[in-house]
Design a protein around this ligand. Structure first.
Ligand code: AP5
Ligand code: MG
Length: 204
């Protein structure tokens, strides 16, 4: 199955993507994770992306679309994949339409007012990418793999606010875009993490 996970910054895309990908045995492709990996390795793509990510802006479409096009051609995507954080505007969605046919788009529906707290309190495992929140996670070691937790550089309040504005202007219109195509399903992202996953499994 070829899936897209849609949702605002902090909606829980990464949290659910890990679970969905394991459940369906398909690769989880996060453009944000790809950029962060490139940044860590100081590749030309990583250095170019940094300027945009630090400001909470979108990395230019030509860079992002090429990365996705190459990634979904890889062998492990033969039986499907889960895109997290792509597409993020109408131009990217149109480019994706030209690359392949998406079976379903899961929109994690959340109250935007809850997201600044989720993001500024987020801690991520540097090894496996699992997300935690400081309100429920009191130490700095990943429960799943023992990796060290860190705070993302773009999870400051200022950058979070600009990411939310970019979401409302550029990404939110994708809800109507995919609804018109008849592939959109909405899931209430304000439930507990486990309840969201149960709802996702029901719509799959
Ligand atoms: P990206 O890495 O995709 O970030 P994002 O879209 O802003 O989303 P996040 O990863 O911040 O949130 P999430 O929805 O994954 O939430 P999570 O599960 O971690 O992109 C980063 C940057 O890269 C962009 O700003 C842009 O510059 C660039 N970029 C990426 N893709 C691009 C593209 N296609 N085009 C151009 N540029 C691109 O959860 C968040 C927190 O909430 C965690 O603490 C978690 O524990 C908690 N939480 C999760 N679910 C729940 C729940 N149900 N209840 C309570 N807490 C919850
Ligand atoms: Mg994420």
């Amino acid at each position: 199955m070829k899936l897209v996970l849609l949702g605002a910054p902090g909606a829980g895309k990464g949290t659910q993507a890990v679970r969905i990908a394991a459940h369906l045995n398909i690769p989880h492709i996060s453009t944000g994770d790809i950029f962060r990996k490139n940044l860590k390795e100081a590749t030309p793509v990583g250095l170019k992306a940094k300027a945009y990510i630090d400001k909470g802006q979108l990395v230019p479409d030509e860079v992002t679309c090429e990365i996705v096009e190459l990634r979904i051609k890889e062998d492990d995507c033969k039986n499907g994949f889960l895109l997290d954080g792509f597409p993020r505007n109408i131009a990217q969605a149109e480019a994706l339409d030209k690359m392949t046919k998406i079976d379903k788009v899961i929109n994690l529906d959340v109250d935007l007012k809850a997201l600044a707290d989720r993001l500024t309190g987020r801690r991520v495992c540097e090894k496996c990418g699992e997300s935690y929140h400081v309100s429920t996670k009191k130490d700095e070691t990943c429960d799943k793999c023992g990796g060290k937790l860190y705070q993302r550089a773009d999870d400051t309040l200022e950058t979070v606010n600009s990411r939310l504005t970019v979401y409302e202007q550029s990404t939110a219109p994708l809800i109507a875009y995919y609804k018109d195509k008849g592939v959109l399903v909405n899931v209430d992202g304000m439930q507990s993490i486990e309840a969201v996953f149960e709802s996702v499994k029901k719509v799959l």
